[in-house]
Design a protein around this ligand. Structure first.
Ligand SMILES: Cc1cc2nc3c(=O)[nH]c(=O)nc-3n(C[C@H](O)[C@H](O)[C@H](O)COP(=O)(O)O)c2cc1C
Length: 168
């Protein structure tokens, strides 16, 4: 069971996962309401270890893991510099190839902090996965499982291709 606390459509400064009091309260409520299902929180990109460490400490023993990342809020423009999503929508959530670096960085960060906390939470990596090599990069970074949205949308065979690559 995954709770998405990283919806970019709320605006980058208002992402729920950046409000630690609310995250803790919500996580505890879900935990109490559904005690028998593994609980994952979906997190946005945090730029450094020190910013996210207090959140992970507070959620220690409450959640079973994290999935990360959601889309990154940006101002996509055309080659002419015009808003790519239309004049009335200057910003939008960017996904796919352009954000893989951020997903990998967050997975590395969580894996590092998991060790520092001596914790066993699971990590689901997501962001820009469209090949078996990308899947492997996430696993190497510390992900226990890997998800894809954009890559799987463009290539419905993606999961099968990755599984085949693992079977040699
Ligand atoms: C069409 C589309 C719809 C999405 N809807 C949701 C959503 O409802 N909830 C959510 O947590 N993430 C949603 N996402 C974000 C993806 O789950 C994922 O975190 C993000 O796109 C990065 O992965 P990707 O690079 O493989 O697309 C959506 C992404 C796309 C492309």
């Amino acid at each position: 069971m995954e709770a998405n606390l990283s919806c970019p459509n709320e605006g980058v400064n208002k992402l729920l996962c950046f409000d630690f009091d609310k995250v803790e309260r919500i996580a505890k409520e879900i935990r109490n309401a559904v005690p028998d299902k593994p609980l994952f929180l979906k997190l946005a990109y945090f730029a450094n270890d020190d910013v996210i460490f207090p959140l992970l400490s507070r959620l220690d023993g409450i959640v079973d893991g994290y999935s990360t990342i959601n889309t990154l809020s940006a101002r996509p423009v055309t080659a002419n510099g015009e808003p790519a999503l239309g004049q009335d929508r200057p910003t939008g959530g960017v996904c796919g190839e352009a954000i893989r670096w951020a997903g990998l960085e967050m997975v590395e960060r969580l894996a590092r902090l998991r060790t520092r906390l001596n914790n066993h939470f699971a990590i689901i990596g997501v962001g820009g996965v469209s090949s078996a090599a990308h899947y492997q990069a996430y696993r190497t970074a510390g992900a226990d499982a890997v998800m894809s949205a954009t890559g799987a949308m463009w290539n419905p065979q993606l999961a099968w291709e990755i599984k085949s690559s693992l079977n040699g």
